[in-house]
Design a protein around this ligand. Structure first.
Ligand code: SAH
Ligand code: SF4
Length: 396
């Protein structure tokens, strides 16, 4: 059952004032300098702001009780602590939540919209973030790929998705969680994956800035192992991501032969499988405790034979890896079908027998189009006819 509860509108940041969200500590120090805070105080003041913004989830300077009143007014006159504007919030019958969020155009013409998804599971809660509005890459099975790239999201907008989710879930320390099911990490949002809209390695600097903030131990404190960056295979950026971001890597592989991968993931024509896997082998810090996740969407009669499974095992030999089998999530206008469940299980068995963990990802939030590859800006909203077609697909 789909519910769209009434929500208190979050105020969009007035365009005139810059937001402190998404700035690193050095930029925060400069911002403080710009309102006359003497240099010797800036580090301490920046640490205070950091604590309030990222640990406590403050959205106004008034909440910062250990900051002097005149300083709070000076900050409020010059800056905001922004949140994305919520257009809709949907809750799936399985508890998955999807937010359609709106950001200012920043030169892109109209305001832009993206989607963020929260997936509660036993023992953990995963937040799936978008990195771009649309995508340049047009993978043939992906809904986002049908929407052309509008623009990159800024670090502020990427971190803003985490802050907003914590607001809505009551997941800041000292807040009241929405229900009692808090994972062992003590937070509802215990994991973050860059698996929403867009190709994160085509928006490297902003993604890097945002993930450093997410992993910062004095603030959001998500361990780098609990942050995953998924790429369709931008090979030249993989070593840089390893050195400069250092989070868990996921690769959207989806095929074991170049001919087929060229078709499914057209970026393969530029960076074929052998080059992609060489970059994976060289990814820093790999061990059995730190594995690369390979994503493999299960497409009926396309990439799901047992010969494919055996070839997959052969290709990955020597790489500490986990293989996520993703049942294809349908969307209107697409002709692929999801592999039969029995075939997915047989495929998983071949991969498992070779010693690789190969969880089959249960589709989550399909009823609200929140599952992998179904995201798209609502500005490209589904027409009623398309939605009915989709509902029929899901029911079948
Ligand atoms: N652009 C990045 C991250 C976002 S996509 C990437 O491609 O890796 C997140 C994952 O969902 C990718 O593995 C993608 O291939 C997969 N995906 C896309 N469309 C899908 C669909 N319709 N069904 C299942 N998985 C899909
Ligand atoms: Fe873009 Fe990833 Fe979708 Fe491909 S699968 S079109 S890279 S979002």
């Amino acid at each position: 059952m789909l519910t769209e509860p009434a929500i208190a509108p979050t105020p969009a940041a007035p365009a005139a004032l810059p937001s402190l969200v998404g700035m690193d500590r050095a930029a925060l120090g400069e911002a403080l300098g710009s309102i006359g805070v003497p240099e010797r105080q800036r580090r301490m003041r920046a640490a205070q702001l950091w604590h309030w913004i990222y640990l406590r989830g403050a959205t106004s300077f008034d909440e910062m009780t250990n900051v002097a009143k005149d300083m709070r007014s000076a900050l409020a006159a010059a800056f905001v602590i922004s949140r994305p504007e919520i257009v809709t919030e949907q809750i799936s019958e399985d508890g998955t939540r999807k937010w359609l969020l709106r950001f200012p155009s920043r030169g892109a013409g109209r305001p832009v919209e993206i989607e963020t998804v929260y997936i509660p599971e036993e023992g953990r809660g995963t937040l799936c973030l978008s990195s771009q509005v649309g995508c340049t890459l047009s993978c043939s099975f992906c809904h986002t790929g049908t929407q052309k790239l509008v623009r990159n999201l800024t670090a502020e907008e990427i971190v803003g998705q985490i802050l907003l989710a914590r607001d809505r879930l009551g997941d800041h320390p000292k807040a009241t969680p929405i229900d009692g099911a808090v994972p062992s990490t003590g937070r509802l949002v215990s994991n973050v994956v860059m698996m929403g809209m867009g190709e994160p390695l085509y928006n490297f600097d902003n993604v890097k800035g945002a993930l450093h903030i997410a992993a910062d131990g004095d603030g959001l404190s998500l361990s780098k192992r609990r942050i995953t960056l998924s790429t369709s295979g931008v090979v030249p950026m993989i070593p840089k991501a390893g050195d400069e971001i250092g989070v868990t890597l996921a690769i959207s592989l989806h095929a074991v032969r170049d001919e087929l991968r060229d078709e499914l993931v057209p970026l393969n024509r530029k960076y074929p499988i052998a080059e992609l896997l060489a970059a994976c082998r060289a990814y820093p810090g790999l061990s059995n405790a730190r594995r690369i996740t390979f994503e493999y969407v299960m497409l009926k009669g396309v990439n799901d034979t047992l010969a494919d499974a055996r070839e997959l095992v052969r290709l990955l030999s020597g790489i500490p890896a986990k293989i996520n089998l993703i049942p294809f999530n349908p969307w209107p206008g697409n002709t692929y079908e999801c592999s039969d469940w029995s075939q997915i299980e047989k495929f998983a068995e071949v991969v498992n027998d070779a010693g690789y963990a190969s969880p089959i990802r249960t589709p989550r939030g399909r009823d609200i189009l929140a599952a992998c590859g179904q995201l798209k800006s609502e500005s490209e909203r589904l027409r009623i006819r398309e939605r009915m077609a989709l509902e029929a697909m899901i029911a079948g």
